[in-house]
Design a protein around this ligand. Structure first.
Ligand SMILES: Nc1ncnc2c1ncn2[C@@H]1O[C@H](COP(=O)(O)OP(=O)(O)OP(=O)(O)O)[C@@H](O)[C@H]1O
Length: 306
């Protein structure tokens, strides 16, 4: 049995359809991602899975149960890290965890022991008795992860786990999430960062405008929808379409963005030689590996982050 199973899942707000008939299966022990730009319907999906927002239509089963009928039973086995940290700023780090533990009816002594272990796990052991307010954004995010683990959940839902964090803080969060996965916890996360999706997810769905446009392992998606390498060419901002016409036939495909042209080719250096062979002199040339951003661009014609 899959831990999460959605079929034709729909969420509407009035006339607006935020989630438009998606099919998803999440298996035990995997890290599963919803990748898409702002407004794609990722959070709305997570809120349905978290049993805080009832589906408008379709089927949803979590641990084989119905989120509307069996919400409390499902929630007792879920850990939730919402997009907004929602910590109690006046309490200490430890108290934030022990107070949260009460919602699950965890005995006080057990809660305190677990809270201390979890604070160590997220590298906040030395902050147990400090107030939350002065913590950095990255520390607060790790505290929310610790809080989400207080009921020893089988699935942890993470809505944009590193949005707003600096690179170093993001890496610390990623590293803790890797550890969690190693412990056998199933992770379900949303992100609009393609590097986060590539780093963390075993499998993901690409979402756009409420629909799933592709599903697979990150590498498999890149192999299917992009080329091995990409050449980024800059010529100044004007006349990119004219340059694109002159580049017809170089590489397998090209995309014109507002500030650059992307040439998709198995061999980037070979493509660059062809660009020069056509008498073109870009102001900058960058050869890089394809990413999920290229997959998204190919599937939707738009970039993930504007
Ligand atoms: N309670 C609501 N009432 C009306 N519209 C909503 C509501 N919640 C979400 N929406 C709309 O549904 C769409 C999808 O929102 P959702 O938050 O699920 O997207 P998302 O992919 O998670 O993006 P973000 O990263 O910005 O949260 C958006 O256009 C949003 O404005």
């Amino acid at each position: 049995m899959s831990l999460i199973e959605a079929q034709g899942l729909v969420k509407r707000f009035g006339d607006f359809t935020a989630v438009d008939g998606i099919d998803v299966r999440v298996e035990a022990g995997e890290a599963f991602g919803f990748l898409g730009p702002n407004g794609a319907g990722k959070s709305s999906t997570m809120r349905m899975v978290g049993c805080v927002s009832p589906p408008t239509d379709g089927q949803l089963r979590i641990f084989g149960m119905d989120p509307v009928r069996d919400g409390p039973a499902i929630r007792s086995r879920l850990g939730v890290c919402p997009q907004q940290d929602s910590l109690d700023l006046e309490l200490t780090c430890l108290e934030n965890l022990t107070v949260y533990a009460r919602y699950f009816g965890i005995p006080r002594k057990v809660a305190r022991e677990r809270a201390r272990e979890l604070l160590d796990f997220v590298q906040l052991g030395d902050r147990a008795d400090s107030p939350v307010e002065p913590l950095s954004g990255g520390m607060k995010r790790r505290l929310v992860i610790a809080r989400a683990l207080i009921n020893e959940p089988e699935i942890v839902l993470l809505d944009e786990p590193t949005t707003g964090l600096d690179p170093q803080a993001r890496h610390l969060v990623w590293e803790r999430l890797f550890r969690l996965k190693q412990r056998g916890v199933t992770l379900v996360l949303t992100t609009h960062y393609m590097d986060e999706a590539e780093q963390l997810c075993d499998r993901l769905v690409v979402m756009d405008a409420g629909k799933i446009v592709a599903e697979d392992a990150p590498r498999a998606l890149i192999e299917r929808y992009s080329t091995r390498e990409v050449v980024e060419l800059r010529f100044g901002l004007d006349g990119l379409d004219t340059y694109a016409d002159k580049l017809a036939g170089v590489g397998e495909r090209l995309e014109v963005l507002p500030d650059r042209i992307l040439l998709y080719a198995a061999d980037g250096d070979d493509a660059v030689a062809q660009v020069h062979g056509r008498g073109l002199t870009p102001s900058s040339v960058l050869v890089r590996r394809s990413t999920l951003e290229d997959v998204f661009l190919h599937l939707t014609g738009r970039t993930l982050v504007d």
